[in-house]
Design a protein around this ligand. Sequence first.
Ligand code: NAD
Ligand code: DAU
Length: 334
Amino acid sequence: MKFLITGGAGFIGSNYCHYVVDKYPEDKFVCLDALTYAGNYNNIKSLENKENFKFVHGDITDRDFIDKLFREEQFDVVINFAAESHVDNSIKNPGIFLTTNIIGTQVLMDASLKYNVKRYHQVSTDEVYGDLPLDRPDLLFTEDTPIHTSSPYSSSKAGADLLVGAYYRTFGLPVTISRCSNNYGPYQFPEKLIPVIFSKAMKDEHVPVYGTGENIRDWIHVHDHNVGVDLIVRNGKVGEVYNLGGHSERNNLTVVKTILKQLGKSEDLIEFVEDRKGHDLRYAIDSTKAEKELGWNRTYNFEDGIKETIDWYLNNQDWVEDILNGNYKNAYKD
Ligand code: NAD
Ligand code: DAU
């Protein structure tokens, strides 16, 4: 089978490429990425000589380019990881989120219909469900939780999800959607909480905690997310949504202190800063459906996963530094 993996030079997409290229030597994987500020060719450079892997530089919103790519490659499966993914950016500049996350999804689905793709998979997020209160630990997001978004980012992801549902019902496109909680692991761009804390603490700079640090996220290792996506794409039921969660709720302050402790840095580095506008309080995912229907489960617990992740950043400080000084932009030449 031939797969298109969009956003494959980003955090989760690149981890996905590494996972499947090794696991399925008989399949072919085309990784498409626009290499926006968040895309980093260094994340997938080590795959460039693999026979079942090919990188294509391009934009999912470019209709003519996408049509030509689909005509030439005749994909069996499309997995759409490509997105503008950072909530803070969406608060400063919502427009690009609508273009990439909604129009980009439509362009990919139009081509998938035209060229008879057998499965279109949309990588979505638990943020489409909005947030849960801090004082009701019994409440979890299920696939039936109504969509109720907070940020322009989550609204654009929800808009895309609705469109995916519409293409299934109206045009019969064979779709699936996964909604996952907060990922951590190798290759995460240093704008998200964990790599921000790592890179600042390593320079003994203040680490910014928004508001009181009480907000809770449900942390999952990126490998466990990607195993779930792979199971859904291969064995999931067409037309269905599957939640994937870490079963590891932690408040932000706990996460920050865990990282500082591993790095041997003082908690005095913590600086409480102005809260994020519309800041979601708590995310928590019920993944029972994926566990029961697909046999999916997590291999990492939070403590081991975060330790391994911080060790990865410690062993790959050049990777972080290359991003901070902008050199990563030279990793790919057309
Ligand atoms: P990321 O920002 O690290 O990577 C996104 C990738 O998409 C980048 O490589 C970027 O260059 C590429 N891209 C952006 N616009 C593009 C365009 N127009 N055409 C082609 N490529 C484009 O994001 P991530 O954290 O890896 O997230 C991947 C997906 O998973 C996103 O859809 C996100 O909404 C979803 N998700 C993320 C998390 C998380 O915790 N990071 C959790 C659940 C779901
Ligand atoms: O839940 C899934 C979502 O998780 C994905 O859909 C998004 O793409 C991904 O970015 C992530 O969104 P969050 O907003 O939860 O992640 P972020 O790392 O930006 O922030 C995590 C928490 O930490 C959040 O409560 C805000 C807080 N925070 C973040 C940063 C960057 C800080 O306190 N300080 C920071 O410097």
